[in-house]
Ligand binder design. Structure first.
Ligand SMILES: [Zn+2]
Length: 386
Protein backbone atom coordinates (compact mmCIF):
# COMPACT_ATOMS: atom_id res chain seq x y z
CA UNK A 1 0.00 0.00 0.00
CA UNK A 2 2.88 2.38 0.71
CA UNK A 3 5.43 3.12 -1.95
CA UNK A 4 9.17 3.43 -1.57
CA UNK A 5 10.23 6.78 -0.26
CA UNK A 6 13.31 8.88 -0.30
CA UNK A 7 13.10 10.58 3.04
CA UNK A 8 12.90 7.79 5.55
CA UNK A 9 16.17 6.15 4.61
CA UNK A 10 18.26 8.98 5.95
CA UNK A 11 16.22 9.18 9.12
CA UNK A 12 16.36 5.48 9.83
CA UNK A 13 20.09 5.37 9.18
CA UNK A 14 20.54 8.28 11.59
CA UNK A 15 18.34 6.75 14.25
CA UNK A 16 20.21 3.46 13.97
CA UNK A 17 23.45 5.13 14.92
CA UNK A 18 22.44 5.53 18.53
CA UNK A 19 21.81 1.81 18.84
CA UNK A 20 23.91 -1.24 18.67
CA UNK A 21 24.35 -4.08 16.22
CA UNK A 22 22.18 -6.98 15.18
CA UNK A 23 20.64 -7.44 18.63
CA UNK A 24 18.45 -4.38 18.12
CA UNK A 25 16.61 -6.02 15.20
CA UNK A 26 13.34 -7.69 16.05
CA UNK A 27 11.08 -10.02 14.12
CA UNK A 28 13.66 -11.06 11.50
CA UNK A 29 14.91 -14.15 13.29
CA UNK A 30 15.72 -16.28 10.26
CA UNK A 31 17.42 -13.42 8.38
CA UNK A 32 19.53 -12.49 11.39
CA UNK A 33 20.43 -16.13 12.10
CA UNK A 34 21.68 -16.50 8.51
CA UNK A 35 23.72 -13.30 8.77
CA UNK A 36 25.18 -14.26 12.13
CA UNK A 37 26.18 -17.69 10.91
CA UNK A 38 27.98 -16.17 7.89
CA UNK A 39 29.69 -13.57 10.08
CA UNK A 40 30.81 -16.23 12.55
CA UNK A 41 32.46 -18.49 10.00
CA UNK A 42 34.24 -15.54 8.39
CA UNK A 43 32.90 -16.82 5.06
CA UNK A 44 30.98 -13.65 4.55
CA UNK A 45 29.56 -13.26 1.05
CA UNK A 46 30.98 -10.27 -0.82
CA UNK A 47 27.52 -9.07 -1.75
CA UNK A 48 24.18 -9.27 0.01
CA UNK A 49 20.82 -8.31 -1.45
CA UNK A 50 18.32 -7.36 1.26
CA UNK A 51 14.74 -7.31 0.02
CA UNK A 52 11.49 -6.33 1.73
CA UNK A 53 8.59 -3.96 1.18
CA UNK A 54 9.05 -0.31 2.09
CA UNK A 55 9.34 0.25 5.81
CA UNK A 56 10.43 -3.27 6.76
CA UNK A 57 13.76 -1.85 7.88
CA UNK A 58 16.16 -2.74 5.09
CA UNK A 59 18.42 0.25 5.90
CA UNK A 60 18.16 -0.64 9.54
CA UNK A 61 19.33 -4.23 9.00
CA UNK A 62 21.98 -3.12 6.47
CA UNK A 63 23.61 -0.70 8.91
CA UNK A 64 23.52 -3.23 11.76
CA UNK A 65 25.10 -5.83 9.46
CA UNK A 66 27.73 -3.29 8.37
CA UNK A 67 28.61 -2.46 11.96
CA UNK A 68 28.94 -6.14 12.88
CA UNK A 69 31.07 -6.90 9.80
CA UNK A 70 33.36 -3.91 10.46
CA UNK A 71 33.72 -4.53 14.21
CA UNK A 72 37.27 -5.37 15.33
CA UNK A 73 36.30 -7.38 18.40
CA UNK A 74 32.86 -8.85 17.75
CA UNK A 75 31.09 -10.86 20.43
CA UNK A 76 30.73 -14.52 19.60
CA UNK A 77 27.59 -15.91 21.26
CA UNK A 78 25.65 -14.52 19.58
CA UNK A 79 27.81 -12.82 16.98
CA UNK A 80 27.45 -9.05 17.13
CA UNK A 81 29.28 -5.75 17.09
CA UNK A 82 31.09 -5.04 20.39
CA UNK A 83 30.08 -1.37 20.54
CA UNK A 84 33.39 -0.26 22.07
CA UNK A 85 36.21 -0.92 19.57
CA UNK A 86 37.63 1.88 17.42
CA UNK A 87 35.47 0.80 14.48
CA UNK A 88 32.25 0.64 16.52
CA UNK A 89 32.97 4.02 18.12
CA UNK A 90 33.39 5.66 14.72
CA UNK A 91 30.31 3.85 13.45
CA UNK A 92 28.19 5.03 16.37
CA UNK A 93 29.41 8.60 15.92
CA UNK A 94 28.31 8.47 12.28
CA UNK A 95 31.80 9.24 10.97
CA UNK A 96 33.15 5.81 10.00
CA UNK A 97 35.41 6.25 6.96
CA UNK A 98 34.90 2.66 5.73
CA UNK A 99 31.13 2.76 5.17
CA UNK A 100 29.67 4.38 2.07
CA UNK A 101 25.99 4.89 1.27
CA UNK A 102 25.08 5.17 -2.39
CA UNK A 103 21.57 6.24 -3.33
CA UNK A 104 19.76 7.77 -6.27
CA UNK A 105 20.54 11.29 -7.37
CA UNK A 106 17.17 12.42 -8.68
CA UNK A 107 15.45 9.31 -9.95
CA UNK A 108 18.39 7.12 -10.86
CA UNK A 109 21.69 5.78 -9.63
CA UNK A 110 24.03 6.83 -12.41
CA UNK A 111 27.30 5.36 -13.55
CA UNK A 112 29.20 8.58 -12.78
CA UNK A 113 28.27 8.21 -9.10
CA UNK A 114 30.21 4.95 -9.08
CA UNK A 115 33.11 5.37 -11.45
CA UNK A 116 35.21 8.37 -12.42
CA UNK A 117 34.89 9.54 -15.98
CA UNK A 118 38.19 10.49 -17.62
CA UNK A 119 39.77 10.34 -14.17
CA UNK A 120 37.34 12.95 -12.82
CA UNK A 121 35.33 12.61 -9.59
CA UNK A 122 32.94 11.85 -7.99
CA UNK A 123 33.07 8.10 -8.81
CA UNK A 124 33.02 6.71 -5.29
CA UNK A 125 34.08 3.18 -6.23
CA UNK A 126 36.99 4.43 -8.37
CA UNK A 127 38.19 6.42 -5.40
CA UNK A 128 37.85 3.92 -2.57
CA UNK A 129 37.42 0.31 -3.72
CA UNK A 130 41.12 -0.46 -4.14
CA UNK A 131 42.04 0.63 -0.61
CA UNK A 132 41.76 -1.77 2.29
CA UNK A 133 39.66 -0.46 5.21
CA UNK A 134 41.29 2.26 7.29
CA UNK A 135 39.77 1.31 10.67
CA UNK A 136 37.21 -1.48 10.44
CA UNK A 137 37.51 -5.14 9.53
CA UNK A 138 35.65 -4.50 6.25
CA UNK A 139 34.97 -1.72 3.80
CA UNK A 140 31.20 -1.64 3.32
CA UNK A 141 29.11 -0.15 0.52
CA UNK A 142 25.36 0.13 1.08
CA UNK A 143 23.57 0.56 -2.25
CA UNK A 144 20.03 1.83 -1.67
CA UNK A 145 17.24 1.30 -4.20
CA UNK A 146 18.89 -1.15 -6.55
CA UNK A 147 15.81 -0.84 -8.80
CA UNK A 148 17.01 2.65 -9.64
CA UNK A 149 20.30 1.68 -11.22
CA UNK A 150 20.54 2.77 -14.84
CA UNK A 151 21.36 -0.25 -17.02
CA UNK A 152 24.89 1.01 -17.58
CA UNK A 153 25.45 1.60 -13.85
CA UNK A 154 24.10 -1.88 -13.08
CA UNK A 155 26.31 -3.52 -15.69
CA UNK A 156 29.32 -1.62 -14.43
CA UNK A 157 29.19 -3.26 -11.00
CA UNK A 158 28.63 -6.87 -12.08
CA UNK A 159 32.32 -7.68 -12.03
CA UNK A 160 32.96 -6.22 -8.56
CA UNK A 161 29.86 -7.94 -7.19
CA UNK A 162 31.12 -11.23 -8.54
CA UNK A 163 34.66 -10.88 -7.24
CA UNK A 164 34.91 -8.07 -4.74
CA UNK A 165 38.24 -7.53 -2.93
CA UNK A 166 38.35 -9.74 0.18
CA UNK A 167 38.03 -6.72 2.47
CA UNK A 168 34.86 -5.41 0.77
CA UNK A 169 31.21 -6.13 1.44
CA UNK A 170 28.41 -4.78 -0.72
CA UNK A 171 24.91 -4.57 0.76
CA UNK A 172 22.26 -3.94 -1.88
CA UNK A 173 18.72 -2.93 -0.88
CA UNK A 174 15.63 -3.51 -3.00
CA UNK A 175 11.86 -3.82 -2.60
CA UNK A 176 11.83 -7.25 -4.18
CA UNK A 177 14.20 -9.32 -6.23
CA UNK A 178 11.70 -9.56 -9.12
CA UNK A 179 12.25 -5.89 -9.87
CA UNK A 180 16.03 -6.21 -9.77
CA UNK A 181 18.17 -7.21 -12.73
CA UNK A 182 18.76 -10.98 -12.67
CA UNK A 183 22.44 -10.39 -13.43
CA UNK A 184 22.64 -8.52 -10.12
CA UNK A 185 20.51 -10.88 -8.01
CA UNK A 186 22.45 -13.91 -9.19
CA UNK A 187 25.67 -12.38 -7.86
CA UNK A 188 24.31 -11.66 -4.39
CA UNK A 189 23.28 -13.70 -1.37
CA UNK A 190 19.63 -12.82 -0.86
CA UNK A 191 18.08 -12.09 2.51
CA UNK A 192 14.36 -11.43 2.61
CA UNK A 193 12.95 -9.24 5.39
CA UNK A 194 9.39 -9.58 6.60
CA UNK A 195 7.05 -7.44 8.63
CA UNK A 196 6.97 -8.06 12.38
CA UNK A 197 3.98 -8.77 14.60
CA UNK A 198 2.15 -5.79 16.04
CA UNK A 199 2.79 -6.83 19.64
CA UNK A 200 6.52 -7.32 18.99
CA UNK A 201 6.64 -3.90 17.40
CA UNK A 202 4.78 -2.27 20.30
CA UNK A 203 7.17 -3.85 22.77
CA UNK A 204 10.14 -2.59 20.77
CA UNK A 205 8.79 0.97 20.53
CA UNK A 206 8.22 1.10 24.27
CA UNK A 207 11.45 -0.61 25.27
CA UNK A 208 13.90 0.92 22.79
CA UNK A 209 12.38 4.24 21.84
CA UNK A 210 10.63 5.01 25.17
CA UNK A 211 7.17 5.47 23.69
CA UNK A 212 4.13 5.31 25.96
CA UNK A 213 1.96 2.20 25.60
CA UNK A 214 -0.77 4.17 23.80
CA UNK A 215 1.61 5.92 21.37
CA UNK A 216 3.28 2.58 20.65
CA UNK A 217 -0.12 0.96 19.96
CA UNK A 218 -1.22 3.50 17.36
CA UNK A 219 2.16 3.67 15.63
CA UNK A 220 2.43 -0.13 15.49
CA UNK A 221 -1.10 -0.32 14.06
CA UNK A 222 -0.48 2.41 11.48
CA UNK A 223 2.82 0.96 10.30
CA UNK A 224 1.39 -2.57 10.03
CA UNK A 225 4.52 -4.33 11.25
CA UNK A 226 6.96 -2.32 9.13
CA UNK A 227 9.59 -1.49 11.69
CA UNK A 228 11.45 1.04 9.55
CA UNK A 229 8.30 3.08 9.17
CA UNK A 230 7.45 2.74 12.87
CA UNK A 231 10.90 3.96 13.94
CA UNK A 232 10.65 6.94 11.64
CA UNK A 233 7.23 7.84 13.03
CA UNK A 234 8.40 7.42 16.61
CA UNK A 235 11.33 9.75 16.00
CA UNK A 236 9.16 12.58 14.72
CA UNK A 237 7.17 14.32 17.50
CA UNK A 238 4.89 15.96 14.93
CA UNK A 239 3.56 12.55 13.90
CA UNK A 240 1.86 11.97 17.26
CA UNK A 241 0.48 15.50 17.24
CA UNK A 242 -1.12 14.89 13.84
CA UNK A 243 -2.42 11.48 14.89
CA UNK A 244 -4.04 13.04 17.97
CA UNK A 245 -5.65 15.76 15.87
CA UNK A 246 -7.18 13.12 13.60
CA UNK A 247 -8.37 11.21 16.67
CA UNK A 248 -10.04 14.32 18.13
CA UNK A 249 -11.74 14.92 14.78
CA UNK A 250 -12.83 11.26 14.52
CA UNK A 251 -14.32 11.27 18.03
CA UNK A 252 -16.39 14.37 17.33
CA UNK A 253 -17.41 13.28 13.80
CA UNK A 254 -18.56 9.84 14.96
CA UNK A 255 -21.16 11.39 17.23
CA UNK A 256 -22.15 14.33 14.99
CA UNK A 257 -25.69 14.50 13.55
CA UNK A 258 -26.21 13.96 9.81
CA UNK A 259 -27.03 17.66 9.40
CA UNK A 260 -23.40 18.44 10.20
CA UNK A 261 -22.06 16.49 7.20
CA UNK A 262 -20.92 19.48 5.14
CA UNK A 263 -19.22 21.03 8.14
CA UNK A 264 -17.49 17.72 8.91
CA UNK A 265 -16.36 17.49 5.26
CA UNK A 266 -14.86 20.93 5.53
CA UNK A 267 -13.08 19.98 8.77
CA UNK A 268 -11.80 16.86 7.05
CA UNK A 269 -10.27 18.90 4.20
CA UNK A 270 -8.70 21.33 6.65
CA UNK A 271 -7.28 18.46 8.71
CA UNK A 272 -5.80 16.72 5.65
CA UNK A 273 -4.23 20.03 4.58
CA UNK A 274 -2.44 20.25 7.94
CA UNK A 275 -0.96 16.76 7.76
CA UNK A 276 2.73 17.08 7.06
CA UNK A 277 4.80 14.77 9.26
CA UNK A 278 2.67 11.66 8.79
CA UNK A 279 2.47 12.24 5.04
CA UNK A 280 6.23 12.41 4.57
CA UNK A 281 6.29 8.75 5.44
CA UNK A 282 4.18 7.85 2.47
CA UNK A 283 5.34 10.07 -0.35
CA UNK A 284 6.59 7.83 -3.14
CA UNK A 285 9.67 8.61 -5.14
CA UNK A 286 9.26 10.78 -8.20
CA UNK A 287 9.64 7.82 -10.56
CA UNK A 288 6.57 6.14 -9.14
CA UNK A 289 4.37 9.20 -9.08
CA UNK A 290 1.46 9.53 -11.44
CA UNK A 291 0.18 12.47 -13.37
CA UNK A 292 -0.84 15.81 -11.94
CA UNK A 293 0.94 18.68 -10.31
CA UNK A 294 3.14 18.15 -7.27
CA UNK A 295 0.63 20.09 -5.16
CA UNK A 296 -2.26 17.87 -6.23
CA UNK A 297 -0.24 14.75 -5.57
CA UNK A 298 0.81 16.03 -2.15
CA UNK A 299 -2.86 16.69 -1.32
CA UNK A 300 -3.80 13.17 -2.31
CA UNK A 301 -1.06 11.71 -0.09
CA UNK A 302 -2.40 13.82 2.78
CA UNK A 303 -5.88 12.37 2.27
CA UNK A 304 -4.48 8.86 2.03
CA UNK A 305 -2.75 9.32 5.40
CA UNK A 306 -5.95 10.76 6.88
CA UNK A 307 -8.04 7.87 5.53
CA UNK A 308 -5.56 5.35 6.95
CA UNK A 309 -5.99 6.88 10.40
CA UNK A 310 -9.78 7.02 10.03
CA UNK A 311 -9.71 3.32 9.11
CA UNK A 312 -7.87 2.51 12.36
CA UNK A 313 -10.42 4.51 14.33
CA UNK A 314 -13.49 2.87 12.78
CA UNK A 315 -11.84 -0.54 12.95
CA UNK A 316 -11.52 -0.02 16.71
CA UNK A 317 -15.22 0.89 16.92
CA UNK A 318 -16.19 -2.17 14.89
CA UNK A 319 -14.07 -4.49 17.03
CA UNK A 320 -15.31 -2.97 20.30
CA UNK A 321 -18.89 -3.23 19.12
CA UNK A 322 -18.51 -6.82 17.90
CA UNK A 323 -16.71 -8.06 21.04
CA UNK A 324 -18.60 -6.00 23.63
CA UNK A 325 -15.43 -4.14 24.47
CA UNK A 326 -13.18 -7.18 24.82
CA UNK A 327 -10.44 -6.58 22.30
CA UNK A 328 -7.12 -4.89 21.77
CA UNK A 329 -7.45 -1.52 20.04
CA UNK A 330 -5.16 0.98 18.34
CA UNK A 331 -6.28 3.81 20.66
CA UNK A 332 -5.99 2.28 24.16
CA UNK A 333 -5.68 5.68 25.86
CA UNK A 334 -9.28 6.45 24.80
CA UNK A 335 -10.71 3.04 25.50
CA UNK A 336 -13.59 4.11 27.79
CA UNK A 337 -14.69 6.88 25.44
CA UNK A 338 -14.48 4.59 22.44
CA UNK A 339 -16.43 1.80 24.12
CA UNK A 340 -19.32 4.15 24.84
CA UNK A 341 -19.10 5.54 21.30
CA UNK A 342 -19.08 2.03 19.82
CA UNK A 343 -22.38 1.35 21.58
CA UNK A 344 -24.08 4.11 19.61
CA UNK A 345 -24.15 1.81 16.59
CA UNK A 346 -23.94 -1.93 15.97
CA UNK A 347 -21.12 -3.62 14.11
CA UNK A 348 -22.96 -3.02 10.81
CA UNK A 349 -22.78 0.72 11.21
CA UNK A 350 -19.03 0.68 11.82
CA UNK A 351 -18.47 -1.81 9.04
CA UNK A 352 -20.39 0.51 6.68
CA UNK A 353 -18.14 3.37 7.78
CA UNK A 354 -15.03 1.32 6.97
CA UNK A 355 -16.42 0.49 3.55
CA UNK A 356 -17.18 4.16 2.95
CA UNK A 357 -13.56 5.06 3.71
CA UNK A 358 -12.30 2.36 1.34
CA UNK A 359 -14.56 3.72 -1.41
CA UNK A 360 -13.31 7.25 -0.70
CA UNK A 361 -9.72 6.01 -1.03
CA UNK A 362 -10.52 4.36 -4.36
CA UNK A 363 -12.14 7.55 -5.62
CA UNK A 364 -9.09 9.48 -4.49
CA UNK A 365 -6.86 7.15 -6.49
CA UNK A 366 -9.16 7.65 -9.49
CA UNK A 367 -8.60 11.43 -9.20
CA UNK A 368 -12.21 12.29 -8.31
CA UNK A 369 -12.90 15.75 -6.90
CA UNK A 370 -11.73 16.07 -3.31
CA UNK A 371 -14.77 18.16 -2.31
CA UNK A 372 -17.08 15.47 -3.60
CA UNK A 373 -15.11 12.64 -1.98
CA UNK A 374 -15.09 14.31 1.43
CA UNK A 375 -18.77 15.30 1.29
CA UNK A 376 -19.96 11.82 0.32
CA UNK A 377 -17.65 10.26 2.92
CA UNK A 378 -18.90 12.57 5.68
CA UNK A 379 -22.51 11.72 4.91
CA UNK A 380 -21.69 8.00 5.00
CA UNK A 381 -19.84 8.32 8.30
CA UNK A 382 -22.59 10.36 9.94
CA UNK A 383 -25.56 8.51 8.58
CA UNK A 384 -26.78 5.56 10.58
CA UNK A 385 -27.87 2.80 8.16
CA UNK A 386 -29.62 0.74 10.84
ZN1 LIG B 1 33.33 -3.32 17.75
Amino acid sequence: MFSERTIWKAIVVKSTLSMLGLQQIIGQESAIAALRSALKTAKLPGAYLLTGTAGTGRSFVATALAQAAMCLEPTSEPFDACGVCASCKLFLSGTHPDITHISAVGEKIQIWQLWDRDGKPPGILSRTLRYSPTVGAKRVYILHDVEKFTPSAANSILKVLEEPPSYVMFILLAMDSARTLPTITSRCTQIRLSTVSQSQLEEYLQGNLSLTASDAAIIAAYSEGRIGQAVQMANNPNVMREINEVLAFSLSAASAPLGAALKVAEQMRKLAGQMKATVQLDVPDAAEEGEGSTKERAARFQFTALFELLMLFYRDLLMLSATAGNCKIAHPAHRTEMISLSQRGGPFRWQACLEAILIAQRRLEANASISLITEVLSMSLLECPE
